[in-house]
Design a binder for this molecule. Structure first.
Ligand SMILES: [Zn+2]
Length: 159
């Protein structure tokens, strides 16, 4: 078990997205356009999703979008459990080739949890696309941001 539980804080979606894309640290050149858009409009072009959970493994903090309070308990708890898995993964220093491998475990546990509560799978409950997850798990993406994009639980904005 980890030495200590992570801090859990509510963070507005815009700020979370800002962190997600590494805008709060030294910005990767490829991130600068995104950061600029975020700063000016609070939105990212072609990004119709909203981050609801994020684990910052440098600071050991779980960020939750305040909107999560409007979800039912099983869905809400499943998101927290997903982020807790990341906390345990980094606390245990488990080896990984890419962040996608860590996501696969986190989504698997989240899926089993939500189904154990009599709900449907995460694809249905969280409106996740199987293709989206397949791409994440495949280790095909470059991990260019300080907090990788894969670290988010996403819901469509109009949900
Ligand atoms: Zn994750």
């Amino acid at each position: 078990m980890p030495e200590s539980p992570p801090e859990i804080v509510y963070t507005e979606a815009r700020e979370m997205k800002y962190m997600l894309y590494g805008c709060n640290s030294k910005s990767h050149p490829r991130a600068s356009q995104i950061c600029k858009e975020l700063k000016e409009t609070g939105e990212i072009t072609n990004d119709n999703t909203s981050t609801i959970g994020l684990y910052d493994h440098d600071r050991k903090v779980i960020h939750l979008n305040p909107i999560i309070r409007t979800y039912d308990k099983p869905v809400r708890d499943s998101v927290i459990i997903h982020e807790l898995v990341h906390h345990m993964q980094f606390s245990a220093d488990i080896p990984y080739q890419c962040f996608g491998q860590l996501e696969e475990t986190a989504y698997d546990i989240q899926d089993r949890y939500i189904k154990s509560k009599g709900r449907k799978d995460i694809f249905t409950e969280l409106h996740l696309s199987p293709l989206y997850l397949f791409i994440i798990f495949s280790c095909g993406r470059d991990d260019i941001f300080s907090v990788p994009e894969e670290y988010e639980n996403e819901l469509p904005k109009n949900n």
